[in-house]
Every structure is written in structure tokens, then in C-alpha cells.
Design a protein around this ligand. Sequence first.
Ligand code: SF4
Length: 237
Amino acid sequence: MVPREIRYNRSMRRDDKAQRIIETLDDLHPTVPIPLDHQDPFTLLVAVLLSAQTTDKKVNEVTPALFERAADPFAMARMEVEEIRQIIRQLGLAPQKARNLRALANLLVEQGGQVPQSFEGLEALPGVGHKTASVVMAQAFGEPAFPVDTHIHRLAARWGLSDGHSVARTEADLKRVFPKERWNRLHLQIIYFGREHCPARFHDLSRCPICSWAATKKRIAEEAKKLPVGKRRRQRG
Ligand code: SF4
């Protein structure tokens, strides 16, 4: 099917785009269940840590066995690293994740067994970076956060909400343009949108519920380049 023509929308301000994106995502994804199965802040923290470079589905396949063995830091601190690695072996980076989980459990035990409810406390734990800490703050404690993974980073640039310079910049731009009380929900809505609507290969921007009116000039040109030469002039920036 030949893609329909799409023009760069010069007149739309970033704030207006953000508002329309909220409305579109509310329409398409009114409910956003937390994708990683967990029971409490500790099990969520473990699941998020395991989700690096793998899918949530795979994480949900291994966590029941892991949590049956150790659903709190005290039990996990008693496990051997090798035993943890065996249980999570089908995930990428299993040896490193197993070492981090054991070290993290030890540290939590030393601190009384509670998952810290602060960015500072979480980011001091082994294997926990800002994105993981943001997910835990948002989904375990309901604190406002905007975790930015590579997909959200890319979509924010494609929609013209940020310039794509760095993940830290994207997070700051998204926090500026969206109301604070919407951050936690939007983070999940964008993830669900990306999974459902954004194919890895070429597709028609004019049929996208967001890029059809929000795409940047760069994004339009980028996708047009993938078209056969004769069809390129139909997609203009
Ligand atoms: S055009 Fe494609 S990549 Fe861009 S937001 Fe829409 S579906 Fe996703």
C-alpha cells in the first residue's frame, strides 16, 4: 500500500502536542497494568533489575521460581549466587544480575530489610541505575517519576517532545511538558503504545495515531528515505 502524504506540522507548540498525546494515549490505553509481576517493593525491584536487556514476559516466567525461593532480602541474602544464576539463566546477563541481586540483598539486610523510598537510596544499590530507581519510585511507592528507556527516548524525539540528545535530557523535557500527576501513567502508556503500534521496520506514518500529526521534520525525512525512489516525493517534511 502506498503511504499517504504527510506534512510537517509547523504550527503546533510542544505543549499542545503534549496535551493531544495525553488524549490519544488515554483513548488507546485507558488502563495500564504494571507489566512486571510482583508482590511488594522488593519483588518489583528484583523484577526491574532482571528486566535489563530482556522482555518483561521472560522476566515474568522466571520470577515465580525465584520468589518462591526468596521473596524478601533476608532469604535472597542466604542464597548462593550460583543458585540465583541457575534460576534466572534464561535471561540475558544472568551471571551479572545474579551477583547484583545477592549483593543488593546483603545491603538491604544490613539496612534493616526495607527497600529505600528515595532515589538516592535506591541508586546506591548494586545494579540499580536511575531508570530502575524511577520505575520503583513510581510503581512501588506511587512517587512521581518518568522512567525513560530507549523506546520512550526514541518516541519522544520522533514526536518532537525532546531533541533526542540524551536520556537525561529526554526525561527533563518530558517532565517539563507533561503535568507531574500524569508522569507515572504516561510512562506506562507510552510503553504500551510502542509495543502495540510501533513496528521495527518501515511503516506508514500517515496511519500512526500520533506520528501522523506530531512527527518531526527529521522523522518524516527518515521514514521517506526507506521508500522506493518513485514514492519518496509523496512523504514531505
Ligand atoms: S510512526 Fe511508527 S514509530 Fe512513530 S510513533 Fe507511530 S507507530 Fe510508532
